[in-house]
Design a protein around this ligand. Structure first.
Ligand SMILES: [Zn+2]
Length: 435
């Protein structure tokens, strides 16, 4: 396969460019998988060794059994289940999809959510195999017991739910009700692709709907912000313009922002002699991300990750980590869980980031609900607003870990006051509205 050494950024993952995983739990009498090298304890389990198994007082059985190299599916599902609002949105529209013959994926996903803390492993195995079969119906690559790519599985599952929406909207209409696509509501967003002729400056814009972004890992390592920034940076492409110019600049920007943002870290690279290689360069996982679209700025917090353990691209083991949904975000315990198939251990968000630098493969961020106090005209107090703004800016800076100077400006627009913070290092803009 011929590949340009330049960074790709427009296409989603190409066939063959996968990072597979599916090792069975390496315990008991389970048959060893001959094609999967055993993952070295230090390399794979370093992230687990210090985790505490759940105590008896907190009997959680949140794991999913491995039904045959299905860690890629289990990790993807655990990560999705961390998105409570997304799952609730699916469930609350059950009256529309429950009896629809093509909605098996949603039925079993919802059922797995319902049985998430059940101790009944045979039931979970049954539901997982039903879900796998439902997904495989249109994506036969997942039909057998082979190791698969978690990102590909996750995208396939989400795409299938989204594709069903027109059908479900029709079905809802016949019942005199409505259906809104949970993917569109929570996960999808629009990117704008702007092409500018280097000679005459003529611009052409095109919008694309996305459910996630695939970011290349910066060689030698870097932060998630760096990688996102790289992704949004202008690249050059050959394009013959009407003016005769042959070079254009191409740039992507967020047109809209999702409620939950899924970032895929592209950990596969071709060697010069075209071997697939796993990229293990470290990524500094940001707990919080500030992202701006053309109209809006939002702060996101990390809520789950999928990690690929192992040194090879063609095999390995996936685990997922997610925050404990019963613990408020502001709780100092910072309690998270590590989901390794049916084994669930306790960990912390800080540990997940610290120990996942070389293995993190998918990061799921959730938009923060603004804690900014709302003021009405009657109780508006300009000085207090300014104080609050400064406190909010400081906490924002602590969250995004910036120690660089920032630009802070205040506006008075259409009777509303708002402040705008610009972090010059990465050009992210954060707007804080007062009122
Ligand atoms: Zn031109």
């Amino acid at each position: 396969m011929e590949r340009s050494p330049k960074r790709r950024r427009l296409s989603t993952q190409q066939a063959g460019e996968k990072i597979k995983g599916g090792q069975k739990e390496p315990r008991g009498q389970e048959e060893p998988i001959k094609t999967v090298p055993k993952i070295d304890e230090k390399e794979a389990g370093g992230s687990n060794s210090s985790n505490n198994p759940l105590t008896k007082e907190e009997p959680k059985c949140l794991g999913f059994p491995n039904i045959g190299q299905t860690c890629y599916m289990n990790a993807s599902l655990q990560s999705l289940l961390t998105l409570e609002n997304f799952m609730d949105d699916i469930n609350k529209q059950a009256n529309v999809w429950r009896v629809h013959p093509d909605a098996a994926v949603m039925r079993y996903l919802s059922k797995l959510k319902e049985e998430h803390s059940s101790e009944d492993m045979p039931l979970k195995s049954f539901l997982l195999s039903k879900l796998k079969r439902a997904v495989s119906f249109d994506a036969p690559v997942f039909a057998d017991d082979g190791q698969q790519d978690a990102h590909e599985f996750l995208c396939t599952l989400l795409y299938q739910i989204m594709s069903l929406s027109p059908e479900l909207q029709k079905a809802a209409a016949t019942k005199g009700t409505t259906y809104s696509c949970p993917i569109k509501e929570h996960l999808s967003f629009k990117m704008e692709n702007t092409r500018t002729c280097k000679r005459c400056g003529a611009e052409s814009k095109k919008q694309e709907e996305r459910m996630n972004l695939s970011l290349d890992v910066t060689p030698g390592g870097g932060t998630v912000e760096d990688m996102l920034q790289n992704y949004l940076q202008e690249t050059e492409l050959e394009y013959r313009c009407e003016c005769g110019g042959i070079v254009s600049g191409q740039r992507l920007s967020f047109k809209t922002l999702p409620r939950a943002l899924i970032l895929h870290l592209n950990r596969v690279r071709y060697t010069p002699d075209y071997w697939l290689q796993k990229v293990t360069d470290p990524v500094d996982i940001s707990r919080d991300l500030v992202i701006c679209s053309e109209e809006d700025g939002q702060c996101y917090s990390l809520v789950s990750t999928i990690k690929h353990l192992g040194t090879q691209a063609g095999s390995g083991h996936y685990i997922s980590e997610g925050m404990d949904l019963d613990v408020p975000v502001t709780d100092p315990s910072d309690r998270w869980f590590t989901y390794d198939d049916k084994m669930v251990t306790e960990t912390s968000g800080a540990d997940v980031c610290e120990k996942g630098r070389r293995d993190a493969y998918i990061l799921v961020y959730k938009r923060q609900v603004s804690t900014w106090p709302h003021h009405t005209e009657e109780n508006c107090d300009v000085e207090k607003d300014i104080d609050d703004l400064i406190i909010n800016v400081q906490s924002l800076l602590i969250r995004v870990g910036k120690r660089t100077p920032i630009h802070l400006s205040f506006y008075h627009l259409f009777g509303s006051r708002y402040g705008q913070v610009q972090l010059p290092e990465n050009n992210f803009l954060y707007s804080i509205y007062i009122n």
